[in-house]
Write a protein that binds this ligand. Sequence first.
Ligand code: ADP
Length: 453
Amino acid sequence: MFSKILIANRGEIAVRVIRACKEMNIRTVAVYSEADRNSLHVRLADEAVCIGGPKAEQSYLNIPSIISAAEIADVDGIHPGYGFLSQNAHFAEICESCNITFIGPTAQSIRLMGDKIAAKDLMRKTGIPIIPGSMSAVRNKEDALKTARRINYPVIVKAAAGGGGRGMRVCHNDVRLISALMTCQAEAEASFGNSDVFVEKYLEEPRHIEFQIMADRAGHTIHLGERDCTIQRRHQKLIEESPSPVVDVKLRRKMGELAVRAAKAANYTSAGTVEFLLDKDGSFYFIEMNTRIQVEHPVTEMVTGLDLIREQIRMAAGESLGMKQDDVRLDGWAIECRVNAEDPANGFSPCPGRIASYHEPGGRGVRVDTHIFAGYEVPPYYDSLLAKLITTGETRQEAIRVMQRALDEFFIEPLRTTIPLHKQIFSDPTFWRGQIATDYIDRQLQQQTGETE
Ligand code: ADP
């Protein structure tokens, strides 16, 4: 087992990893940017090293600086969290070459799944349904138009290296497709350093259903059930729940088996997520595999009773899974809201600033994963996630009721946050009935403001 782990991240996930390490009796090293000097992860870790300026490129994406900190602190493992370097194959290789275990999958799996075109190709060969579309990167407008003729509009242009819901464009006709192709290529190059894009059929009103995978280094792979992440804004998740209101035992078994098969095909080890879109007619398709711990992992923890970070650390240390698929028990219902420092009434513009007063909900069935506190200054440099509010109940209705009262108890003043939007969603009968698709929020907002994309 590891004796000391460096957490190459910040915010709530750094705190989350430190908590797991403490419970496992592993020492922790926090790294922080100049903007994060007074952060909770810095206070909670056993040691802390400043790794650079406020911008992510100067600090949390600065590989030489992080590796120096790891060597000076003499750690034997690095946990990358999510975002930043978590899906950077080069970083995973550097860690290994410095004899520091990267707590995640191999660089090879990260690289393979980090290219959505290669990942889809592998899944097709493995017999996993994929969304019809181009089989390789689309180089020019003729390629794109040919694909659109074959699969019919609407189509979506996506960056092969895309993530975080960025670099995607939905197109309903040739003119839109040609302009989307150019903007997507340019955006993909600027954001991901890879201009490859592809075109696939755009599914209308699907649900986003993903499976949590756990795989040890001896080749045992299981899934921990699904998460329904259908509530999104502009392809970014806002609310996640487990189980899904639309997945029954039979469908869970079928999708779960395919998710495990997908992970095995990628020689996957560690915690990972196989994402599917579930179409209105009940068919489902692989969209991508995320090779890291996900923001929404707590809902799976709440229904399985497992600590996924602990499992991830154990797998990285070479320990075996210790459970079979049949041992996995899914109990009750869990829902997570992402509380972001964004103003839903003003185009979700970021709202950083100082938190003057803070009150966190508690009581039965409530879990809050956060790094914020009264007096904390939310810096403008990073993503806007302030807290994850997770509630549980025996049934979905109970988890929703707990969520409603927990949202009423949550005060983060004077910042503008997504809490009012969450309150609105949780009181909507359509949401209660679970009759939702990925366009739910954008539609609701359009109805309220008359805004169109
Ligand atoms: P990212 O890696 O940026 O998260 P994904 O490929 O996982 O991108 O897709 C994110 C979301 O975008 C999905 O959950 C879904 O809402 C939407 N999306 C992606 N591909 C399609 C598609 N072919 N049809 C409809 N929606 C899609």
